[in-house]
Design a protein around this ligand. Structure first.
Ligand code: BEZ
Length: 395
């Protein structure tokens, strides 16, 4: 009896050991066979809905060009509509991190939402790629080894437009924007360069995000008669602002400059009101390189739409993820090696090649663009290889 029992025990122990051995060998193979989970946290409703849609289209286009896989691995997308609402951002991103257990978060458009996402990504160590939101702190005081951006810092387009405004000889500027991180930081960048170049910002006008009741502020601009107005708006708000500025008769009397979001992805809706407007941005529709032409053709054929800056940034977010995944042959558990490769990445972007600053923000050219028809046409370079200062980042 006891011999039988001990035999059973020995057999059971062997079976457990064998099962454990199979499990140990099988576990990583199983993980490798699973798709990589990509959490797409973007606005699919509200004033930035079109921007979120273009980012996703750009991201998917790059993946499709690689045969639907990155580093040999299928991708599974988990989507969250962040509604550009910072109050819901922490809950939304934690759903992706804790409930869905995503391998990487891609998002978002709105700076306030992105700041909450970056906090959660930093705490959990989840890899995060920002395909638009410019909040300076993401690659500044809140920087982290696992957080990268393929777009810009708010400081960059503001600063480059300030350089252009000073070069044009304007002396007295007024600024107008939404009162939130993107608006305020873009204006700060503009002011830094404009005042360095000899100009003075005489008044900063703001309204709450995403309000579009511009009338009282336009009346104030008309009364102050500055040499130039600098504006940051995007998406639906940019459409309304450019039309209202024109309808108020200001377009004929006071030059309007903007960071390029004022006229990107918006021109069909803005029509005549946008014609001739000058902006700066890290992209333009007519960059005549084989890389940009191929991207634009493929995008147009796939979606029956022209791409914009948001589509390009989404495309490059997928490119950057591919750099990380290729370095580890698709094994997302090797996060340190992925990060090391992404830090050194030289992205062959439709905008032109860019590299990562030490704080993980693109170092890139900022173009001067002029609206002609339905295109933001590049007419020159405002600042070459502009690197964000990365203020406050300790990594
Ligand atoms: C932002 O909130 O960071 C942002 C939104 C739209 C365009 C550019 C920046």
């Amino acid at each position: 009896m006891s011999t039988l029992l001990s035999c059973h025990r020995r057999r059971a122990a062997w079976l457990v050991a064998a099962a454990a051995a199979v499990f140990c060998v099988a576990a990583p193979v199983h993980a490798q066979g699973q798709p990589i989970k990509v959490g797409l946290m973007l606005p699919y409703t509200g004033t930035f809905a079109a921007l979120g849609d273009m980012i996703e289209k750009g991201f998917r286009l790059y993946v499709d060009e690689q045969g639907g896989k990155l580093a040999g691995r299928e991708l599974q997308f988990v989507k969250v509509d962040d509604e550009s609402d910072p109050a819901k951002a922490t809950d939304n991103v934690n759903k992706l991190i804790r409930r869905d257990n995503v391998d990487v978060i891609v998002g978002t458009v709105h700076s306030g939402v992105a700041l909450a996402m970056a906090r959660a990504a930093k705490e959990s160590g989840t890899l995060m790629i920002v395909p638009n939101a410019g909040a300076d702190a993401i690659t500044g005081a809140q920087c982290a080894p696992n957080i990268f951006r393929t777009s810009f810092s708010n400081w960059q387009p503001g600063y480059s437009t300030g350089v252009v405004a000073a070069q044009k000889g304007y002396k007295r500027a007024m600024t107008i924007t939404w009162n939130y991180a993107a608006g305020n930081e873009t204006v700060k960048g503009f002011t830094e360069a404009f005042e360095k170049g000899g100009g003075k910002v005489i008044k900063e006008l703001t309204l709450p995000f995403p309000n579009v009741e511009f009338q009282a502020l336009l009346t104030e601009i008309a009364a102050q008669k500055p040499d130039v107005v600098f504006a940051f708006f995007a998406g639906g708000g940019a459409v309304k602002f450019v039309k209202d500025y024109d309808a108020a008769g200001l377009k004929k009397t006071i030059p309007l400059l903007g960071s390029g979001f004022l006229t990107d992805g918006t021109l069909q809706a803005q029509g005549e009101s946008a014609q001739g407007l000058i902006t700066t941005l890290h992209y333009g529709d007519n960059i005549d390189t084989p890389r940009n032409n191929a991207f634009r053709n493929k995008f147009a054929v796939t979606y029956k739409l022209n791409p914009d800056v948001y589509a390009m940034q989404g495309y490059d977010a997928a490119q950057l993820l591919a750099v990380g995944l290729n370095a580890v042959k698709g094994d997302v558990t090797k996060k340190d090696a992925m990060i090391a490769a992404m830090k050194k990445a030289k992205i062959d972007s439709p905008r032109g090649t860019f590299t990562m600053s030490p704080q993980h923000n693109p170092t890139q050219d900022f173009y001067i663009r002029e609206v002609r028809g339905n295109y933001n046409v590049v007419t020159g370079v405002a600042v070459k290889a502009l690197a964000d200062p990365g203020r406050g980042c300790r990594m």
